[in-house]
Structure formats: structure tokens, C-alpha cells
Design a protein around this ligand. Structure first.
Ligand SMILES: *[C@@H]1O[C@H](CO)[C@@H](O)[C@H](O)[C@H]1NC(C)=O
Ligand SMILES: *[C@@H]1O[C@H](CO)[C@@H](O)[C@H](O)[C@H]1NC(C)=O
Length: 418
């Protein structure tokens, strides 16, 4: 059989079409529109906190999977990786304020040393970067999703079988942890609270079941998964301009939202907790749900931050300072207030020291007009971030972190047999 190159291509396309049903693409019909009517953002806590974190869904793609859209999202995410990483780091303020999410992290990682934390932050970021780079249809993609899903199972089993760990108890329990020596910057938090009080507070907080409440079956649950998904996606979707993400179309953002809905689904999130499955048709709904999640669940908890919350957030930022060229915690807080909440951080700026003002300019690069107007500068920042990751990876793991098999097998310190 003598195939011309055109014929070969046709044969390949045909083969692709034949294989598609097996991959679960384009074959399933989605049920009627309201079959998976999403839980409203207002009630996600109520429904989500007693729902297991993993729906046990099969690893195939869902009926609403749109390969082209997901690839648009990947392309966008690759080009804006630095800015997206910046956005996720900023999201650690609202995420760290969420009591349920915070307790999982604290309980699971109570003994971990700062070097282990750095490793695991880096591994997570590398994983995310690989998800932006890999072919979604490749076996490596599936393997890497499966791996993270297993890690979640390990974390879930661990927190379910352990007592709550609260920083408020550290002094009396006498337990030796990484937190014993951690002193938060009390003046900084006072200033933050003062500045925050100028934000109009219009939503009341919905209360979660306590971590060790016996009626609470699942500690890592669909609610906490939804909060994590929020942290990876919401700020760039809701507020791209203020993050310096200017060269983008609406379709780019929709692709990004869809890509993460696919990732959430593949990690076992139930469809009713995914807000942005069909962002092209339901773009306003998607954005409103992300906004409501912030207003109803996260922002009220930022207002109510206690010592534990402040300590956790500050320690997250000290952790990212190793990855991000030295941005100190107050710079993140100032950025959050001014760029995301739209109020002046007068008090925080007053207590900034010189180092923080100088290093703060690193942060302003990311959101500056220069970065957003000059494409070349944006590309420069992006490449800078990616090479920083490689450098740290070589130092911490001995490889550059670009091989998904190696990242999955060697970069996570959390093994599933805890
Ligand atoms: C992190 O802490 C958990 C819980 O104590 C423990 O099982 C795990 O081995 C720790 N990881 C490292 C790298 O120390
Ligand atoms: C990634 O690493 C694995 C295991 O070492 C190796 O078999 C594979 O060839 C590597 N892949 C690439 C693209 O280098």
C-alpha cells in the first residue's frame, strides 16, 4: 500500500476519530441541561462539607469536555504563567482565611520543616506548569492527574484519622512543631486590619462545622476542593487587568476556566461543585459564582482573621518568598487591598520598612503598566519565573522538573502510606 503524505494524514485523522470514543471525547451526550444544576455559591458550604472529596468518577473525560477550549486555556496559561503564579500566591490570603481549608493544611503538615514545605510548594507549582504544557490526551497527563488524586486520598485519610491541629493550642500542648518558633508580625496585621476596615462589609459569614465535629464525615471534602479550585482560577478570571494580564481575549479566560474545571473533575470533584464547566455559554454565571464564593465564604473570613489565620498566611508567604524573588508578606497584603479590594493600604504602607519597599517593586513589576503594555517585558517575567523554578528544582530535587514522570514519582514528599 503506497500512501502519499496526504493519504497518510487522512489515515491518521481517521485513526484519531476511531480512537476518540475510547478516550471518551465527543462520544457521550450530556444529560438535559439542569441535570447537574450547580449548587449555588451561597450553599456550597452546606452541601459540600459533608460530601466526600472524591466522587470516584472514572478517569475518562466528562461529556462537556471541549478539547479546543481546554487547549486555548493551556496556551493562555503558558504565556501568562508568571502572572498566574502571582495570582495564586495572592489567593493564599483568602484561602488561608478559610478555616476548613486552613485546618486541613495545618493538620496534615504540622511537623513539616520549612524545607519540606518549599519542596512541596515547588512540586505543586511544577505540576501545574506541566498541566499547562502537556498534551491533555497523552498518557502522561492521565498519569499525573492520577498521582495527584492519590495524594489527595493520602491527605484525606491522614486528616480523618488525626485530631485537629490548631495553632491556638500550641503553647499548652507542648508539642514540638515547626510553628513553635514562628512569630507573626503583629504590627503588620494590625495595620492590615485597619486598612481592611475601610472595605464595606456587606455579607454575613456562613458557619462551618468544627473540624472534629462527629457529624462531619469528610474533612477533605467537596467544599475544600472548591475553595482550592477557586484559589487557582478566580482572580485571573475576575480581575485580570489588576494582575497585569492584559494581552488576552475573553476566549482565553474561558479556556483557562474550562481547563481547570476539567482538572477539578479529573481529581474527583462532583459536577455540581464545578462552576465553570461551560464557560462559553455560561460566562456570567461562572464569574458570578466565583464572585459569590469570595463574598460569601472567603472575604467574611478575612474580616474575622484570628491569630491562627494570620500566622498561617504569613508563613505561606514566607514560603513563597523562596520561589518568588523575595517578596515580603506586607507587599502581598498591600497588593490584595489595593488591587483586589480597591482600598488604600495607608496603614500598611506607613509601617513598611525600606527592604520591603525596595523588594515590593518586584511585585509591582508584575502588575505594572510596563509589564502589561510591553509584551516583551511580560515574556521576560514569564521566562524569569520558569527559570527560577528550574533552578530551585535542580537544587532541591536534582532535576529540572520538566519531566512529568519524574515530578510525579520523586518530587512529592507526601507518600500515600501515611
Ligand atoms: C509532613 O507531615 C506529615 C504529617 O505529620 C508526615 O506524615 C509527612 O511525612 C511529613 N513530610 C515530610 C516530608 O516530613
Ligand atoms: C522522563 O523520565 C522517564 C523516567 O526516567 C524516562 O523514561 C522518559 O524517557 C523521560 N521523558 C522524557 C520526555 O524525557
Amino acid at each position: 500500500l503506497d500512501l502519499t503524505s496526504k493519504g497518510r494524514r487522512a489515515a491518521l485523522i481517521l485513526l484519531g476519530l476511531l480512537l476518540q470514543p475510547q478516550l471518551g471525547i465527543g462520544q457521550q451526550q450530556c444529560p438535559a441541561k439542569d441535570f447537574y444544576e450547580p449548587v449555588s455559591a451561597n450553599r456550597i458550604l452546606e452541601f459540600g462539607q459533608n460530601t466526600q472529596h472524591d466522587s470516584g468518577s472514572p478517569p475518562s473525560f466528562p461529556c462537556w469536555f471541549d478539547l479546543n477550549l481546554a487547549r486555548i486555556g493551556q496556551d493562555f496559561a503558558r504565556k501568562n504563567f508568571g502572572h498566574l503564579f502571582f495570582a495564586t500566591s495572592l489567593s493564599l490570603i483568602p484561602l488561608g482565611s478559610d478555616e476548613q481549608s486552613r485546618r486541613i493544611i495545618l493538620t496534615a503538615r504540622r511537623h513539616n520543616k520549612s524545607k519540606d514545605r518549599l519542596k512541596s510548594n515547588l512540586a505543586t507549582s511544577q505540576q501545574v506548569l506541566l498541566w499547562y504544557n502537556m498534551d491533555i490526551l497523552s498518557p502522561q497527563w492521565k498519569q499525573s492527574i492520577d498521582h495527584v488524586r492519590q495524594i489527595h486520598h493520602g491527605v484525606s485519610a491522614f486528616v480523618n484519622s488525626h485530631e485537629e491541629f490548631s495553632l491556638n493550642q500550641v503553647d499548652t500542648s507542648g508539642e514540638k512543631t515547626v510553628w513553635n518558633d514562628f512569630k507573626r508580625d503583629v504590627e503588620m496585621w494590625k495595620a492590615f486590619k485597619k486598612d481592611l476596615s475601610t472595605v464595606q462589609r456587606s455579607y454575613r459569614r456562613s458557619h462551618a462545622l468544627a473540624f472534629n465535629d462527629p457529624s462531619k464525615t469528610f474533612k477533605l471534602n467537596q467544599y475544600t476542593m472548591a475553595m482550592a479550585l477557586w484559589a487557582f482560577t478566580a482572580l485571573p478570571i475576575l480581575n485580570p487587568d489588576n494582575l497585569g494580564i492584559r494581552h488576552r481575549s475573553e476566549k482565553d479566560l474561558q479556556g483557562f476556566a474550562h481547563l481547570w474545571a476539567i482538572i477539578g473533575y479529573s481529581l474527583g470533584m462532583e459536577e455540581q461543585f464545578l462552576f465553570c464547566k461551560n464557560p462559553v455559554n455560561e460566562w456570567e454565571d461562572c464569574k458570578n459564582s466565583l464572585k459569590d464564593t469570595f463574598n460569601n465564604h472567603l472575604l467574611p473570613q478575612v474580616f474575622d482573621l484570628d491569630t491562627e489565620g494570620e500566622t498561617s498566611i504569613e508563613s505561606f508567604f514566607r514560603g513563597t518568598a523562596d520561589l518568588f524573588p523575595g517578596i515580603p508578606p506586607d507587599v502581598w497584603l498591600i497588593n490584595f487591598l489595593e488591587k483586589q479590594l480597591g482600598v488604600k493600604a495607608t496603614n500598611l504602607r506607613r509601617q513598611q520598612n525600606v527592604a520591603s519597599i525596595v523588594l515590593g517593586s518586584t511585585a509591582s513589576w508584575f502588575v505594572s503598566d510596563l509589564a502589561s503594555q510591553a509584551q516583551s517585558f511580560q515574556t521576560f517575567l514569564n521566562n524569569l519565573m520558569i527559570s527560577m523554578f528550574r533552578l530551585h528544582s535542580l537544587k532541591l530535587f536534582g532535576d529540572d522538573g520538566t519531566n512529568s514522570t519524574i515530578v510525579a514519582a520523586n518530587h512529592y514528599t507526601w507518600s500515600i502510606d501515611h
